[in-house]
Design a protein. Structure first.
Length: 730
């Protein structure tokens, strides 16, 4: 270290990996370096390029540092906190008094999951608003995981995690952990962990329409037709059961429904699946036999299999495959975490389904939320129950939900909108008032959610690096102030709850959770003794609490602690899958899929110069055969049209994408009027969600089907490279 330099340790909260950081600052407090924390027992010194964005976010001149109010001409002016909070609360109250509680919709973006203040203090505010029109990024991403977890294991947050550090066979469908560092599988330093599987003689097999960064590190890769993974998974399970390859092991004592699964999948043979998914029957049977024969194996299905019309079936069948081969709740298989702060045990509501439905299309509620694919239509359709206002927190649904152009138009007609956000982005530019919280380096944090999803049990607290400016508010303080204004007359119990939360703050709540968690008692197995927040703070690099351990049936939240292998809703949905077999096998249209990039995370990391360097990354990936047929040229431009919209994007020709499929990255589409993001606007790209179709959903769960959207592609001129418009008749 140079003289006057200081070191600070915390974990990165820009994606799910929780990589440990060493941040160095000079005598004036300026960041001089961000490196991986070599003493972090979980990430082991690994970081990805996104880590530098923590510095760029903090220093970003476009970041809001005080509340702003929208003027009649659409521009924004700064205002004080008291005025801003009153404006927000009064606007919400007035809207609901005039048009009913459900006239206001709520939308939560995924950065909330990375912020313990939002997780702990957001729910009381949302309950105080008392609207059924609650939406979040969940239903354009991982809702099918929660759906399967709720019906099989009794809790929507009880998700099996691949034990990749000990597995002998990793089967990946629709996921790219080499870029994401794991998703719903918190796994920093994933590339080394993947290589370790092969180094110890194990195998990695990837099934994906693109030869992804993960597929390049695998022993075998299969191209699969987008939207057909459920047929492949059904055939794998069928083969295991039909050939007697399965063994429930210790699960047999508390698992129900094996015969129902066997009966429901009777017609889903490898021969019938092959022409649909594009993988030969011989290869399907071999894959099933190899998986079942491995000493330990785990199937991991992610975004690509969730965001399709049979997303819930896919995630159910992933679990079924792991269970019938005896690979659930055992080392090297799919396991459950034992988080020091156990969010599942502290969450009194394990989940719910279909208690109410969206107004126009009747899509079902899950976990207190409606599918976000219904948001725009429930705003645009006049009549009783119309959504007339919106509250957003850390979200940008214009760029992250299907048919973003329709939502964008609907936002223009709202009576009132309030946003908690640090930017004037493509969505918040429509808000009447924006309430900006502190940046990540100006508040401390504890990763409540991602310890629940981690491949190893660890614990770490992140101290504040910079004291927030005078008068700034953290997310939890904004929630608390709005809660106070909206619910002035409270029942005694809720009044006491608000007092306790305000007095304790997130520190007190985390300390309570640690003391009452699985490592909070003497003899619990913690290497440093019973955990408290004070003790965790004494270990700035984090504490290793050990590998995942078998925990069933005790960890189940079902009524009788029994695992339901065959929930009725999911087994019945197999009929819908069977009805689509012939149509999908005959499908020959070009289809669109997304892709993830290591220097990006959804729509909010495009305003940082260090992450935006280099060649244009928002390209249309096209197979050489398709390019020749369509008349496309490398470095030329293509016009892509779907039922709902049209974009023009630069062409990238590569055989890493399978024929019949094109791909655009997610999160782009900047440069729109009124957006205050200078760097992003200079590299706008195009939004894949100007093409995705809100009418395409998994009708069982309501999750958006963003993968496999039918499109038409044709050459376009270079000077048309940034123009986007609605398709005729869209």
């Amino acid at each position: 270290m140079v003289q006057g330099e200081h070191r600070h340790f915390r974990s990165c909260n820009l994606c799910e990996a929780m990589c440990g950081l060493e941040i160095r600052t000079d005598e004036r407090g300026r960041i001089t370096a961000i490196r991986g924390d070599k003493d972090d027992p979980f990430s082991r010194g690994h970081i990805c390029p996104k880590a530098v964005a923590l510095q760029d976010i903090h220093d970003d001149p476009d970041r809001l540092r005080q509340p702003v109010r929208r003027r009649p001409d659409g521009t924004f002016e700064p205002i004080g906190w008291e005025e801003a909070l009153d404006l927000a609360a009064n606007g919400i109250r007035k809207l609901q008094e005039e048009h009913g509680r459900d006239s206001l919709a709520l939308y939560l973006g995924n950065p909330n999951a990375h912020n313990y203040g939002s997780i702990l203090f957001g729910p009381p505010l949302l309950r105080a608003i008392r609207t059924k029109n609650r939406f979040s990024a969940t239903s354009v991403d991982q809702l099918p995981h929660h759906f399967a977890g709720y019906f099989m294991f009794g809790h929507m947050l009880l998700l099996p995690i691949p034990d990749i550090d000990r597995t002998d066979f990793l089967l990946v469908l629709g996921g790219n952990p080499a870029v994401s560092n794991g998703s719903l599988m918190t796994a920093p330093d994933i590339k080394k962990r993947l290589q370790a599987i092969r180094d110890r003689g194990g195998r990695i097999v990837v099934v994906d329409p693109r030869r992804t960064e993960t597929a390049r590190r695998a022993d075998e890769h299969f191209f699969v037709r987008p939207g057909t993974d459920a047929f492949l998974l059904a055939a794998l399970v069928h083969t295991v059961l039909d050939e007697g390859l399965g063994d429930l092991g210790h699960l047999a004592d508390f698992t129900d429904g094996l015969d129902a699964v066997r009966h429901g999948l009777a017609g889903f043979t490898a021969e019938q699946a092959a022409p649909v998914c594009g993988i030969s029957a011989e290869a399907i049977r071999r894959l099933a036999r190899d998986f079942a024969a491995a000493p330990s194996a785990v199937c991991y299905g992610r975004m690509g299999v969730s965001t399709q019309e049979f997303g819930a079936l896919c995630q159910w069948l992933v679990n079924v495959l792991n269970i019938v081969t005896g690979n659930l709740d055992r080392a090297g298989g799919a396991m459950f975490t034992k988080p020091a702060f156990d969010a599942l045990a502290m969450r009194h509501n394990p989940g719910s389904f279909d208690r109410w439905r969206s107004r126009v299309r009747g899509l079902p509620e899950f976990g207190g939320e409606l599918p976000v694919a219904a948001l725009a239509e429930d705003m645009a359709e006049p009549g009783e129950g119309q959504i007339r206002g919106l509250f957003t927190s850390a979200g940008n649904p214009v760029l992250s939900t299907p048919n973003g152009r329709r939502l964008e138009k609907a936002l223009e007609g709202l009576d009132f909108m309030v946003s908690i956000d640090i930017y004037i982005n493509e969505t918040t530019r429509h808000a009447d008032v924006i309430l900006p919280p502190t940046s990540a380096l100006e508040h401390d944090n504890y990763d409540i959610i991602f310890h629940v999803l981690a491949i190893r049990n660890t614990v770490r607290f992140n101290e504040t690096l910079y004291e927030p400016p005078q008068g700034a508010l953290h997310d939890w303080q904004i929630y608390l102030e709005l809660w106070r204004r909206l619910r002035r007359k409270l029942p005694a119990k809720e009044r006491l709850s608000r007092f306790i939360m305000g007095k304790a703050g997130p520190h007190g709540l985390v300390d309570y959770g640690l003391r009452n968690g699985p490592f909070g008692k003497k003899g619990s197995g913690s290497p440093v003794g019973p955990l408290t927040l004070k003790k965790v703070k004494e270990h700035p690099h984090g504490i290793d609490l050990g590998p995942l351990e078998p925990c069933l049936p005790g960890r189940l939240f079902t009524q009788h602690k029994r695992l339901d292998l065959a929930p009725r809703l999911l087994v019945d949905d197999l009929a819908r899958l069977a009805d689509r077999r012939a149509e999908l096998a005959a499908e020959d249209s070009l289809v669109l899929i997304g892709r993830r990039q290591v220097r990006s995370n959804n729509s909010w990391m495009h305003n940082y110069p260090r992450l935006m360097r280099g060649a244009d990354r928002c390209t249309l990936l096209v197979h050489p055969d398709d390019a020749r047929y369509l008349g496309l040229e490398s470095e030329g431009h293509a016009e892509v049209t779907s039922r709902v919209g049209r974009i023009v994007a630069p062409v990238e020709i590569s055989d890493e994408i399978m024929p019949g499929v094109v791909s655009l990255p997610h999160g782009w589409g900047h440069g729109r009027r009124g957006v205050r993001l200078q760097v992003a606007n200079a590299h706008p790209g195009v939004s894949i969600n100007d093409l995705t179709d809100e009418a395409m959903v998994d009708t069982l769960s309501g999750n958006a089907a963003l993968s496999g959207v039918p499109v038409r592609v044709a050459p376009a001129s270079a000077n048309d490279s940034t123009r986007t418009e609605e398709a005729a008749g869209g």
